[in-house]
Ligand binder design. Structure first.
Ligand code: TRP
Length: 340
C-alpha cells in the first residue's frame, strides 16, 4: 500500500491541509465493524488535527427500500454512537443530507459529467442491486454514487477514509472533480481515498458484519446481548485455536475480534488460548469485547439520556454545513456562468 503510506505521511506532516468527509447511512445502530473499519480512524485523524465532516446519509437510506424507517431515533442514536467513540463535536461537523439543500443541488451539474454507461458499470451498485429485495431498481440506486460525490465535494474534502467497497464511488467522485475542472475551471480538489488497513471484520456467523444479518455486535448492545451473540457464533470442532482466516473463518473472526479489542496480534491471542477449544475462545472474546466497549457504552448511555443535546449537535453541524455548502454552490454557479 505504497500510496496509502505516502498519504499518511503527508497527513502527519500537515494535518491542517486536509479535510475529511465520511458518513454512514442511518439504517440502524453502528457496530464493531464500523468501529474498527472506520470510526477509530476518524477519531485518530481528528486527534491528529484533521478537520472532520461526518455525514448522516439519510438520502442514501432510500436507495434500496421504499421508506426510511424510524429516522429521528436512528439519527440521534448515530450521533450518540459518534460522540461515544470520541468524535468531538466542537471541531467536527456532524450533519445530514436532507438538511443541506446546496449539497443536493450539486447533484444536477454533477450528473451531467458522467455517462449512463459509467454508472451502470459500478460493481458496488451491482452488488447492492443483487442484495436488494425490491422488485424494481430505482434511479437513485444508479445515481447515488454521484450524490456521494456531492457529499464529498460540497465541503471540498480532500481525504475520504473508506473501505474497499467504497472505492468505485470514490473513483466517480474523483472523475466528477476532474471533469468539472476541465469544463468550468478549478473549484474542487480531487479527493484521495484513505484505505483502512484493518482486515474486514466478519460477523458472528462468518459473513460480513452487517446490521441486516443480525450478526453484528452493536456499540449500544448490553454486555448480556453481546455475550449471547458471541456464544451462538459459528466455530468448528478442532480444539486447537489458530488464526487462519481462509481455512477457519468462524474461529478466526472471533480471534480477530478479541485481538482488536485487546490491541494485540491475532496470532498471539490464538496461541494463548491454545488447546482450550471454542468454549475458552468465546469466553475470552466476550470478556475482551465487553471490556473494550464498557466506557463507550457508559458514555453513550449518558448521551442518549439528553436528546436535546444530541439535537443541538446536529443543528450546529447542519448550520455549518449549510454555510459551507452555500459558498461552494455560489462558486459552482459562478463558474458555470449562472450568476448574472
Ligand atoms: N456509502 C456509505 C456507506 O454505505 C455512506 C456514505 C455516504 C459515504 N456518503 C459518503 C462514505 C461519502 C464516504 C463518503 O456506508
Amino acid at each position: 500500500m505504497h500510496e496509502t503510506t505516502d498519504l499518511e505521511e503527508r497527513v502527519a506532516a500537515d494535518p491542517g491541509a486536509f479535510r475529511v468527509l465520511t458518513g454512514d447511512r442511518p439504517t440502524g445502530p453502528l457496530h464493531l465493524g464500523h468501529y474498527f473499519g472506520t470510526l477509530a480512524n476518524r477519531v485518530r485523524l481528528q486527534r491528529a488535527g484533521v478537520e472532520l465532516f461526518v455525514l448522516i446519509a439519510d438520502y442514501q437510506v432510500i436507495i434500496d427500500r421504499d421508506v426510511a424507517e424510524r429516522l429521528p431515533e436512528r439519527m440521534l442514536g448515530q450521533i450518540a454512537d459518534y460522540l461515544a467513540v470520541g468524535i468531538d463535536p466542537e471541531t467536527a461537523t456532524i450533519f445530514n443530507h436532507s438538511a443541506v439543500p446546496a449539497l443536493n443541488q450539486l447533484m444536477l451539474p454533477f450528473l451531467s459529467l458522467v455517462s449512463v454507461a459509467e454508472l451502470g458499470r459500478n460493481p458496488t451498485v451491482k452488488d447492492e442491486i443483487a442484495a436488494s429485495r425490491q422488485a424494481a431498481v430505482s434511479g437513485l440506486m444508479f445515481t447515488y454514487p454521484v450524490h456521494q460525490a456531492a457529499d464529498i465535494l460540497f465541503c471540498k474534502a480532500n481525504l475520504v477514509p473508506v473501505g474497499k467497497d467504497q472505492l468505485p464511488h470514490q473513483e466517480i467522485a474523483r472523475t466528477v472533480a476532474r471533469r468539472f475542472t476541465e469544463r468550468y475551471g478549478p473549484v474542487f480538489p480531487v479527493p484521495d481515498a484513505l484505505l483502512t488497513d484493518v482486515p474486514v471484520l466478519l460477523g458472528t456467523d462468518g459473513a460480513k458484519m452487517s446490521k441486516s444479518r443480525g450478526n453484528a455486535i452493536d456499540l449500544s448492545a448490553t454486555a448480556d446481548e453481546t455475550a449471547r451473540l458471541i456464544t451462538r457464533a459459528k466455530t468448528d470442532a478442532e480444539r486447537r485455536i489458530t488464526y487462519d482466516p481462509d481455512g477457519r473463518p468462524g474461529v478466526s473472526t472471533l480471534v480477530l475480534l478479541a485481538a482488536l479489542c485487546q490491541g494485540r496480534e491475532p496470532e498471539s491471542v490464538a496461541a494463548e488460548i491454545g488447546d482450550g477449544g471454542a468454549a475458552a475462545l468465546k469466553k475470552v472474546v466476550i470478556e475482551s469485547v465487553n471490556e473494550f466497549l464498557r466506557p463507550v457504552r457508559a458514555r453513550r448511555a449518558e448521551l442518549v439520556a439528553d436528546p436535546a443535546q444530541l439535537r443541538a449537535v446536529l443543528a450546529a453541524g447542519n448550520e455549518r454545513a449549510n454555510a459551507v455548502g452555500d459558498a461552494t454552490l455560489h462558486e459552482v454557479r459562478a463558474a458555470m456562468g449562472a450568476v448574472v
